[in-house]
Design a protein around this ligand. Structure first.
Ligand code: EPU
Length: 420
């Protein structure tokens, strides 16, 4: 199995460019099913999760053409309405195909999706099922597959009991071709949801309110083809900013959207980290000699993203004083801190949602296994600031979401090798 080998404590500096947002691409690809016309997707990240979704798209009868970062997706005719277990087991985002398949064909079969182990057991899909039911679909579960059918979905009023990014996006995709109007409340407000709604509107959908807690979707008969440029990945940009802070590296982060990182940048200001920002760039300039500790609580957007919690936790091992990290969204996302302890950090787990860090502590390189995407990239940050060699196994988990990460980090000075 390939692994990354990092020699730590090399000075980092220079420029790094952010790719297209994984969590936007993972919705735009399934959404292409909603229309018979071609969907042109620009700035598509070349990451494993995108490859897996394209496999599903083709299995359902679609064609895909990739030219650099441009994708052309066509789903003129849907050949099958089952998302096979061999695909669904690999990633949770396979569930994003359910709503568009249901909306366009009136039926869909799929097993409970697999994916990153960051919540207890299998991550739930009750909100998806519940919202399809609210839109008038019939649901059955037999032979390990959900069978969902509805001749045509019917618009409805729906309240999300839990704020869910993919739940909101799934509802939007189901309701765009429904009969009548849907009003959804307590929606997630992530920029990726706004991007999806704007794209669908350009293809003929009638969605208002995306980016606010209430979204209204007036159903239409059909959608046309269209073109979209994927927004920059705010989590990747934030990860690079945290790497720069942890390594005390002057770093220019290009092609990003600092306005999507307000929570992180507000905390950076409080910590005394000096940075400059423009519309599409962020420059980390200097980190104070004594970096103060900080109590972090993750929150739905625009609060601090759970996807940046693990990199920030690594940063706090270098802060002076006591930090409490409170992960409110997932109950397994702090388990990786055990690896930081093995590297020399002083981390005490209070319960699955909270750790206490006493810092600063120097880190030592270790042989580690990446448990999931965000913990994996955090291991790279820890390896970059640790003394000695860090080996990271199971890097598929990292390459699921970060394109050519070794090459890009090498270009800013990190001593990282990909060993096959
Ligand atoms: N939840 C339910 N029932 C459901 C769906 C979700 O209870 O049917 C719960 C989850 O267990 C969690 C909370 O709702 O406690 C929020 O989860 P959400 O549904 O928002 O997560 P998601 O939509 O599955 C997306 C991103 C995640 C990111 C979260 C942030 C995608 C493909 N995934 O997940 O990204 O952490 O939003 O809320 O957009 C990642 O990129 O590493 C990643 C995990």
């Amino acid at each position: 199995m390939p692994k990354f080998i990092i020699q730590g404590q090399k000075p980092l500096q220079g420029e790094i460019t952010v790719g297209g947002a994984k969590n936007a691409a993972l919705k735009i690809i399934p959404a292409a099913i909603l229309s018979e016309g071609a969907i042109i997707v620009k700035n598509t990240p070349d990451i494993e999760d995108v490859k897996r979704l394209l496999e599903i798209f083709e299995d359902l009868g679609g064609t895909t053409e990739r030219n650099g970062d441009q994708l052309i997706l066509r789903m003129e005719q849907i050949n099958k309405t089952t998302i096979e277990a061999k695909f669904a087991n690999k990633l949770r985002s396979s569930i994003m195909f359910v709503a568009p398949l249901l909306a366009r064909t009136g039926e869909v079969m799929f097993p409970h999706p697999g994916g990153c182990v960051i919540g207890a057991g299998l991550r739930p899909i009750d909100l998806f099922i519940d919202s399809f039911q609210a839109l008038g679909a019939k649901i059955e579960y037999k032979d390990s597959y959900y069978h969902i059918s509805a001749k045509r979905l019917k618009g409805c009023s729906y309240f999300f009991t839990t704020v869910s990014a993919t739940g909101t996006e799934s509802f939007i995709m189901a309701a765009v071709l429904a009969e009548g109007t849907s009003i959804i409340k307590n929606c997630a407000m992530e920029p990726e949801i706004v991007a999806l709604a704007e794209h669908l509107n350009k293809c003929g959908a009638k969605i208002t309110g995306a980016g606010t807690p209430t979204i209204i979707i007036e159903g239409v008969e059909s959608l046309t083809g269209g073109e979209i440029e994927i927004i920059p990945d705010r989590i990747e940009a934030g990860t690079f900013a945290i790497l720069a802070a942890a390594a005390r590296a002057p770093l220019m982060i290009k092609r990003c959207r600092p306005d999507h990182l307000e929570s992180l940048l507000t905390i950076f200001k409080k910590l005394g980290i000096n940075f400059e920002q423009g519309e599409d760039w962020l420059k980390i300039i200097e980190v104070p000699k004594i970096l103060p500790a900080y109590n972090l609580k993750t929150h739905e957007y625009p609060g601090f993203p759970t996807d940046l919690q693990s990199p920030f936790t690594v940063l706090m091992t270098q802060a002076t004083g006591t930090s409490i990290i409170h992960e409110t969204i997932y109950d397994r996302r702090l388990l990786f801190t055990d690896m930081l302890t093995q590297m020399g950090a002083n981390v005490t787990m209070c319960d699955p949602h909270r750790v206490v860090i006493q810092g600063p502590t120097p880190l030592r390189g270790r042989a580690l296994t990446s448990p999931d995407l965000r913990a994996g990239i955090s291991m790279i940050i820890a390896g970059a600031i640790a003394k000695g060699t860090t080996e990271i196994d199971n890097i598929y988990q990292i390459e699921r979401g970060y394109e050519k990460i070794d090459e890009r980090l090498k270009a800013i000075g990190l001593d990282i090798k990909r060993a096959e």
